[in-house]
Design a protein around this ligand. Structure first.
Ligand code: CAA
Length: 391
């Protein structure tokens, strides 16, 4: 039986972008039958960052309400997880630390392993709190998913940041031991340093993901984890929402369970509401799934949830969390709906212009157009330095 360590997610908040591209606009441009997007991959729209938005502005916007509610005093560590990093050396978390006015007596670091990074951050945070239960750790997962125009991956772009406060006696979800782990050196999805957009072997990435589901579950059971029947819902990494259904069907098959579609839908559908309209947010995606589940389901107190975090390349982890009674009083459902509802729709031409934007590399002063109505903006790239401001 899995042990309860009473450390976990105390608060969770997400932010996304200024703009949104409905899949209908993409389908109209490229002549795709809309059913492929709406039904085939299960996506309705994708968040698109404005010219003055990036992983830092989204990360700070996601974390700001957490700081406003809980203060800065007990945060001793910020872990920023991303695979769309803006600098090879400096952690994006240091900019967020500065924008949020966190104390200088803080350790800040950036973690990367494709879409798995936030789960590593969460587990490291649990370990730090176990060592000193008086401390809190701010985990920020922020990513912009970008593929080449006209590529198969284009319809699975998106962007968002999830911020989580990890501490002892959490109000939302207790993270349990054990974890099931899996690493395999595969080239299913990657982004060389000289590229803006990711490269992907589409079919190969689906196979690699399903292999990781099976293998991390196997390790989870070997480590003494819960049985499949105990879980009320499953938060899978969602590159597109249909992938979560594929993953759960594969898990049921692996365990020789009946793959009844209604059963799969009950376990997965409540986790998909935000990812369906935001798109792939890489390392934030599993935790957007948790946000959707907590905001939508009302029968969760005391119930175990399964988490399957997959990061191409590849690393995966299966673990469980138990929802804390009274969690509903601590949710941010109206703010989450507002973050999605406030986005301004783009037509295809405007989306394409934003997609093709990049900063000159000459070290000059390059102010960005003022587009975001969010709390933080990337004001310029000046002398090779990113300049952020509070709006
Ligand atoms: N109505 C309903 N369904 C339709 C349809 C229609 N008119 N037309 C097609 N479909 C269905 C297809 O049957 C297919 O369903 P199944 O997956 O159940 O077979 C689905 O829509 C997709 O169609 P295709 O396979 O033909 O789509 P594609 O080849 O253009 O690309 C993709 C799909 C490979 C996922 C592509 O979007 C891609 O490369 N995405 C990026 C990679 C990715 O997300 N991989 C996921 C695993 S890796 C990961 O999770 C890490 C990460 O974040 C990247």
């Amino acid at each position: 039986m899995a042990a309860d360590c009473a450390i976990g997610i105390h608060d969770l908040s997400f932010a996304t972008t200024e703009f949104v591209l409905p899949h209908t606009a993409l389908a109209e441009h490229n002549g795709t039958e809309i059913g492929k997007y709406h039904v085939g991959i299960g996506q309705r729209s994708m968040s698109v960052p404005g010219a003055d938005e990036d992983i830092v502005t989204m990360g700070a916007a996601a974390a700001e309400p957490i700081i406003a509610r809980h203060g800065r005093g007990r945060i001793r560590t910020v872990v920023f997880a991303t695979e769309s990093s803006i600098d090879q050396a400096k952690s994006a978390g240091v900019y967020v630390h500065s924008l949020l006015g966190l104390p200088s007596a803080t350790r800040v670091v950036e973690l990367k392993q494709a879409c798995y990074g936030a789960t590593a951050a969460l587990q490291f945070a649990v370990g730090l709190v176990l060592r000193d239960p008086a401390q809190q750790v701010l985990v920020v997962a922020s990513d912009i998913s970008k593929y080449d125009l006209e590529s198969p991956g284009e319809a699975t772009q998106g962007a968002a940041a999830v911020a989580m406060l990890v501490c002892s006696d959490p109000a939302l979800v207790r993270i349990e031991e054990p974890s099931g782990l899996f690493t395999s050196d595969v080239m299913d999805f990657w982004r060389p340093n000289y590229r803006d957009a990711a490269l992907v072997d589409g079919e190969g990435s689906i196979t690699a993901y399903l292999q990781a589901v099976e293998s991390s579950w196997k390790d989870y059971t070997e480590q003494g984890g819960r049985s499949l029947d105990e879980f009320t819902a499953f938060c899978y990494h969602q590159p597109y929402t249909k992938m979560a259904y594929k993953a759960h069907r594969h898990l049921l098959n692996t365990c020789a369970y009946d793959t009844d579609e209604a059963r799969i839908s009950r376990a997965v559908e409540p986790t998909t509401a935000y990812n369906m309209v935001i798109g792939n947010s890489y390392t934030a995606s599993t935790y957007l799934g948790l946000a959707s589940l907590l905001d939508r389901a009302d029968d969760l107190p005391g119930r175990p949830i399964g988490f399957l975090s997959y990061g191409s390349g590849s690393v995966a982890e299966f673990f469980a969390g138990t929802v804390v009674p009274g969690y509903r009083e601590h949710l941010r459902t109206p703010a989450h709906h507002e973050a999605i509802g406030r986005r301004r729709p783009l037509d295809y031409a405007a989306y394409r212009e934003l997609h093709e934007r990049s900063f000159p590399t000459d070290g000059g002063d390059h102010p960005t157009p003022s587009q975001t109505t969010g709390p933080y903006r990337l004001a310029a790239l000046r002398g090779h330095k990113r300049v952020y401001e509070r709006c």
